[in-house]
Each structure stands twice: as C-alpha cells, then as structure tokens.
Design a protein around this ligand. Sequence first.
Ligand code: HEM
Length: 663
Amino acid sequence: MNGNSSSLEQPKLNLAAELILLLLNEESGYFYQVPGWSLSCALTGAALAELSLQHRVDTDIDLLYLLNSDATGEPILDSILEKIANEKTPRSTAYWIEHLSIHSETIIDSTLERLVQLKVLTHHHGDFWTLAPNSQYTNNIKRRIGKCIFANEIPEPEDAIIVSLCEACNVFRLMYDLDEQSQARIESICKIELIGRSIALAVKQNITSPLLRRSRLTKKIPSVALHKLPFNRNLRIGYIPALFGDLAQEYGPVFQIRLPFREPLYFLAGPESNRWAHRNGRIYLRSRDYFVEFEKVYGAAGLFPSLDGADHFQLRKSLHSAYSKNRFRATMGVILSEIRSFMADWKVGSTLQATTVCRSLLNAQIAPTLIGINSQDISAQLIKYKERALMTHVVNVLPKFMLNTPRMKRAAKAVNLALERVQSSHTPAQRSACPRNLADDLLNLHANNPQFLPESNLGFYFSAPMLASVYVGDALGFALYAMVSQPDMYNQISREADALFVNGDPDVEQFSSSLFDVTKRFVMECLRLYPIIPMSIRNVMNSCTVEGFELPIGTRIHIAQTASHYIDSVFPDPYKFDIDRYLPDREEHRSPGYAPYGLGTHRCLGANFVEDQLAINLMMIAHYFTLELTPANYKLGFDPLPSMSPNRKLKFRITEQRRELPV
Ligand code: HEM
C-alpha cells in the first residue's frame, strides 16, 4: 500500500512533493546535498512522471507523446502540459528534461509552498525547512522507500519512479548505508517501471552532460551585517582568524561580506567548510587565478600556488625530498650553530623587537640550509617587495602603481641579487662535496625540464625561502610571547631544553621530536591560536554546492581555514592555551579543523619541518637566556596583513644569560 492512501485526512501528494520530502535531511533542516542541476533534472523528471501517471503523456525510450491535454488542476503540471501540447514535433524525454529544467525553480518553489500550506513542512527564516510537528509524510515516504530497498517489498509504481529518480542523481548513498545487496535491489527496482526508467535515463543523460547548470534548492548565502562588525572585539584588535571564527558561528559555513562599491567577498569558514575544501577543493577550486598577477610581478608563470592538477602534483613530487624532515634533520648542526652565532650579540638588559629579531634569526638559518647563501643584507628588501606585491596584486588594497615607486624599484633588485648569489654558488664543482639542498633540486629540475621549470621562475623560487622566514619568524614571535607570558610553560620548556642539551648538541641520528614533546605541543598550540596564514584564496572552476550553498563558476572565495581553531565543537574552550589537546587521548588536531598549514592539495610543504625548527629555536633561547615582556603589561596585538604577525610593540627584554654561548 502506498503512503498517499494510508491516511484519509492527508491529501495526496504528487511525485515532486514526495521526492522533495525524501530529500529533506531532518538533522540539518535542509536537503541532501544534491548538486543544483541534478536536482533540477530530477524534479522535472518527477513532474513529467506525474503527468504520465495521470495519463496526460506517455514515453518510450525515444520520445515523449502527448495523450491528453486536459488540465490536471495543478498549475505547474498544467503549464508543462501546455508547453508540450504547443510543440509541433514530438521530442525526446531528454529534450523535455533539459528544456524544462531551466524553469525548475518554479516547480521547487511551488512544491515547497504547497507542502508548507498543507502543514507538512514548516518554513523558517534563512530558508530552512523542517518537518512540521505531527506530520507523517516524510516518515511515510522514507519508510516506504526503505522497505522497497531493504525488505524486498514490491514497490508501487510511484515508489519505483522515485527510486529511479533518486538513483539517477546518486543521492541514496547520502541517505543510507548501502551494501552490495541493497545496491543490486535499487538497480532492479529502477527496471520495474517503464516510465520511471525512461525518465530516469533522460535525467541521467542531462546530469552527465549538462548544457546549463542553475542553482536550485540552494540556500541564499547570508550577508554579514556590516553595522555590527565594529562591535566585534577580535576585529578591533586585528585578530582576523578569530573574527572569522565568530562569523562562522553566527552565519554558518558560507557567508558574504558586501563592502560599499566593491564586489561581494565570499567566505568559507568552520569545520564543515574545511572538510569540504580539504576533500573536494581539487575538483571544484583553482588557485591559479588569484596568483597569476602576482607571479607576473616576478616575471614568473606556473609557480607552486598557481599550479593545479597533474602539473602541481608533479612539482610537489619533484621537490618533496627538498622539504622533507630528513633533509631538515641533516642540517641540524648548521641550524644550531647559526642560532648561536645570532644570539652572540644579545646582551643582558637589551631589548629585542620581536618581528625584526625573529624574522632575521630564522632567515639566518633558512637561507644557508635551503639555498646555500647568506641573505641577511637583502632579506628586508625582498620582504618589502613581496609584501607590497601582495597588497597590490592579491589583497588588492593598494593601487598597482604603488609597486613601481623608486623605493620598490630598489627593493626589486634584491630578487636578482638572490638569484645571482645562488647561481654563482651552485656550480657543480662547488657543490660536489656539499649535502643536497633545495637550490640543487630546483636547478636540477630546471636543467632536466626547462619547460616545466623555466629560468624565469628561478628568481621567485630562490627568494621564497627568505620570504618563508617571515612566516616562521612571526610564528616564533608569537611563540616567544606565549612562553614568556606563561611562567609555567616557560619553566617546562626550559627544563626540556636543559635536558636536551645536557651532553652537548643532540646527535642527528637520535634526533626526534620525542626529545622535546612539551615544546612541540606548545608550538602546535601557538600555531592554532596564532595562525600566520589564516586564509587561502581560490576561484570556483566547477560550480559546486557547499553545505547547501551553491558557488557559481568564477566566484572568488576566501577559505578562512583557521576560523575553526576558535570553534568550541572542534577545540573545546578554544581560547584556552592548552597543549594537552594534542595528547593521544584527545588529538583534537586530527581533523581538517586544525589547518595552520592550509587544506587539501596546496597544504604547506614546510609543514614537514617547521614545528621542529620552531621548537629548536624556542629551546635554544630558553636554554641560554631569560626574557621578559617589555613593558610588563603589554597586551598582545596583531598586524593582520598581508599575513598575521604580532604587532611592532611586542618586545622582550633580556634579563639573564643562563650560560655562556660556546664559541
Ligand atoms: C609557520 C610557518 C608557515 C606557515 C604557517 C605556512 C603556511 C602555509 C599555508 C597555509 C600554505 C597553503 C597556502 C594555500 O593553500 O594557498 C602554505 C603553502 C606552502 N608553503 Fe608554507 N607555511 C610556513 C612555512 C613554510 C616554509 C618554511 C616553507 C619552505 C621554506 C614553506 C613552503 C610552502 C610551500 C612550497 C607551499 C606551497 C605548496 C603548494 O602550493 O603546493 N612554508 N604554507
């Protein structure tokens, strides 16, 4: 018995209404995530099948025929019938699906409206629908379809049609846990009904080769209320990733910010969006578009961030070992000695300005180990030029000509200087006895495949490690702040450092992060609370639906991947500094919700060693010196652009030298 007749007081629902009810996801108050075009085709199919059940049309594998043009009394069905009656030549079912699906918005809207009128569904602000209290309809349809699939009940014709339509848009896997047997049962149900079969086939054809895609049943992307933003404390202090945590909690996983006289800015934020971007980014999103103007500034094309697909994979594979943990560990001796010689100038009573000192300290290690040069004299120029290029060509908050000022032209020369230094120090004879570094790998790749890695890209690639020292340096600035402002943490890190260096420098062979477990977890917590790159930019290359919101092709989206760092469901008590989150019994970082290095295919390659490097720097500082904040009542402030750094006011005073630095 079919559900339409199971209860006398319930009016009969048509196939489109039944399909919509089946697709309602009661947990989310919305619909199973069926891509817009597939859903349009399926609902149009349901309307045509309903006309067939009411003996107005008939279909075979080739064509759809008009049997009777008498009105059905349902306005939507009648307008479809009229269109079919007015067509001079008989057309295929696929033609009608494609032709009518463009207008399927009306089918969806009027069906939803009717369901609300019938008190089957309740409509809420923000375009959510939930099942009205006491309504039996959804349970009915779900139970009936479930019985057909799992209890081998023979389906009524309507139910067989619905099964065929759902299968055509591949939605059952979202609703049920299907095993081979139930999958086989679905396939056999799809063959039962001729109308269902031919319509589902036409729907499938349209889904696999869509000529037009339009959004249906997708939610309207909410706009952030601009008038409320100035009251947000995180915005006022420039704590942008935390602001996005707030916005994700208030507006959901997809929202837009509409600034006056500018195109709307679209954002994905929160754990669901992260999961989506992490898994599906490669299919739907492209990073090339936002980066292309920036790389032109360096005369380059096809750099890491602007590659996608197979080329991107090949580049990552080719350079994987250059960024590996093993390569980093092999350079440990150089790193420790660079840190010591850098600190040799530190005097008790002197003041260290956090960002300048930390960036320079990191550059002193990264440039020699990755590209075999000393670049302390040019790194400030390189950084200035890159930050200006980001502001003019990526963040777009400065006009383009600001990159051509005399100061910037002077800064640009540092790119060529870095290139010359690397090239002149990486001749085969000079490198024969040296351990391999990133520059060797890049030059080798260029020599073997100059089309894939052209010379024009080398200038940027050889500056990139110096630019990355900004990120690691700023991360160290935040970590020093967190250490110095929390005496208990400071003690634990000092103790761990003293134990690590008690017999001199640790042996490279034995070097492992278990030797500095507390410091490592401390660093992870710093990267959570103070993410340096809180957001990634992408363009939509295939239209897609994220948590029920359709993102049309070409939309530029900002993935605020670190917003989830401040969301209680991912990190309980998110503003609490708690290094135990990463212990084996909690492991709160083991989901795409922890994303200091980005998500998906472009995840940071430096992530293999950055935490070890930060830990070693912190421990060396704690082993040799005692620092305090100056002024003592300093409150952490942020510079949010172009990446997040502590503000210039963050300073440390050296109060004690705990032991002599070896010469
Ligand atoms: C704390 C320091 C660092 C942070 C927070 C960080 C963060 C990130 C993030 C978020 C991305 C992804 C950007 C996107 O999706 O658009 C990224 C990419 C990348 N990072 Fe890092 N990074 C750091 C240090 C480094 C270092 C030291 C290196 C190497 C010297 C490095 C090399 C790279 C590379 C090569 C990519 C591009 C990967 C690709 O496009 O496939 N990073 N980084």
